[in-house]
Design a protein around this ligand. Structure first.
Ligand code: HEM
Length: 124
């Protein structure tokens, strides 16, 4: 019999605990990244943003959590985010995934998901 094992992206990222660790590394990478750190340093409440990013990824990858933040267009509206910033934020995410030993196929899946959101983030 041909059985296909299916696990959600949420499970492969280590569920809420794994996504929390990955997001902490992601924020660390952003703050150390000269191309985007000023964007985040100006944010009023980084801890709340980090919590919302955790919720966003949990909810968006198949977890039971709900997202309490704003939608992507409303969040990034008026920031005039450019292509270079978008690409480097994706690099920060890939580095955070690798640091947490996420396998290549799963990294590629996250990459595709992030890329698919570009029109909701870039120059909105
Ligand atoms: C697909 C890529 C991206 C996703 C999925 C994403 C997701 C998010 C989420 C979920 C939040 C929290 C929203 C809330 O608190 O209500 C957020 C906030 C934020 N994002 Fe993004 N983001 C992306 C790309 C970017 C890029 C490229 C930049 C520019 C460097 C950026 C800059 C910010 C900033 C500065 C905040 C904080 C806004 C505030 O102070 O309230 N994001 N993002």
């Amino acid at each position: 019999m041909n059985q296909t094992a299916t696990t959600t992206l949420y499970e492969r990222l280590g569920r809420r605990d794994g996504i929390t660790r990955i997001t902490a590394d992601l924020m660390k990478n952003h703050l150390a990244n000269p191309l985007v750190n000023a964007r985040y340093m100006n944010s009023e409440n980084l801890e709340q943003i980090e919590r919302r990013v955790v919720e966003f990824f949990c909810a968006g990858t198949g977890g039971p959590e709900s997202y309490s933040g704003k939608d992507m267009v409303a969040t990034h509206k008026g920031m005039n985010i450019n292509e270079q910033e978008f690409m480097t934020v994706i690099d920060d995410a890939m580095d955070a995934l690798k640091k947490n030993n996420i396998d290549d196929a799963t990294c590629n899946e996250v990459l595709a998901v992030l890329w698919s959101m570009r029109r909701e983030v870039l120059r909105v």
